[in-house]
Design a protein around this ligand. Structure first.
Ligand code: GAR
Length: 217
C-alpha cells in the first residue's frame, strides 16, 4: 500500500473500457491513484475480466432481486474492507441512494456520455443523435442521489457529423471519455477544490510541484 496513492474503487456494470482507461493512466503514473477493487452488480460484466487480467481484485455483488439498500450496504462493506477512499463509477448503470452516497460523497465520480444537463440517463448518445444536436460530448461529475445531476468537474465536446449514426457518435464520444476521466480524476486528486453551489471550483495552479495530498481531500 502506498501512502502517496489515492485508493480508488471502480464500480461498473459492463465492458469496462473506462475502467481500463483509468487503470492504464494509473499504471503510467499519470493519475496518482491505485485501483484497489473493481466491483460490479453484474457477475458477467466484461469489466471484471479486464480487472482480473490486470491482477486487480474484483467482487461481484448482483443487484437483481436484492432490496436496493441491502445491496448498497454490501457495496459499502466491500469498499470499506479494502479501505477505498474514492469511488469511480464507470458505466455503473444504477442510481445510488444515501446509504452509499453519505458514506463516500463528495469522493464519488461518474462519467456520462453527453454534455449534461442534456440527455441524462440511459442511451445518452442515441438521445443526442435523435434530437439532432450538432455538438455532444461527455461529462465527468461528482455524484449525488439524482440521475446524472451532480456538480460538473470536466466536459469534452464532440461534433456530431452529418453522416454520423448513433453508433459512430458513441464511438467518438467514448474516445473522449477515455481522455476525460483520467484527466478529471487527476485534477481532483492533485489540486485543491471545493464545491460551491453547483460548481466544482479548483484553486489556481500556484504550486504545481507540490500536489495537494490525496489523503487530505
Ligand atoms: C460509457 O459510455 C459511460 O459513459 C456510460 O456507460 C458506458 C460504459 O462503457 N455511462 C452512463 O451512461 C452512465 N449514465 P464502458 O463499460 O466501456 O466504460
Amino acid at each position: 500500500m502506498s501512502d502517496d496513492l489515492a485508493r480508488v474503487a471502480v464500480l461498473l456494470s459492463g465492458r469496462g473500457s473506462n475502467f481500463v482507461a483509468l487503470a492504464d493512466a494509473c499504471a503510467r503514473g499519470e493519475v496518482p491513484a491505485e485501483i484497489v477493487l473493481v466491483l460490479s452488480n453484474k457477475a458477467d460484466a466484461g469489466g471484471l475480466d479486464r480487472a482480473r487480467e490486470r491482477g486487480i481484485p474484483t467482487v461481484a455483488i448482483p443487484s437483481k432481486g436484492m432490496p436496493r439498500e441491502e445491496h448498497e450496504s454490501r457495496l459499502v462493506a466491500a469498499l470499506d474492507e479494502v479501505e477505498a477512499h474514492w469511488v469511480c463509477l464507470a458505466g455503473y448503470m444504477r442510481l445510488l441512494t444515501p446509504v452509499f452516497i453519505d458514506r463516500y460523497a463528495p469522493r464519488i465520480v461518474n462519467i456520462h456520455p453527453a454534455l449534461l444537463p442534456s440527455f441524462p440517463g440511459v442511451d445518452a448518445q442515441a438521445q443526442a443523435w435523435e434530437y439532432g444536436v450538432r455538438v455532444s460530448g461527455c461529462t465527468v461529475h461528482l455524484v449525488d442521489t439524482g440521475c446524472d445531476t451532480g456538480p460538473i468537474v470536466l466536459q469534452r465536446t464532440v461534433p456530431v457529423l452529418d453522416d454520423d449514426t448513433s453508433d459512430t457518435l458513441a464511438h467518438r464520444i467514448l474516445e473522449q471519455e477515455h481522455v476525460a476521466y483520467p484527466t478529471a480524476l487527476r485534477m481532483l486528486l492533485t489540486r485543491r477544490w471545493r464545491v460551491h453551489g453547483r460548481r466544482v471550483v479548483f484553486d489556481p495552479l500556484i504550486d504545481v510541484d507540490r500536489p495537494w495530498p490525496a489523503s487530505a481531500n
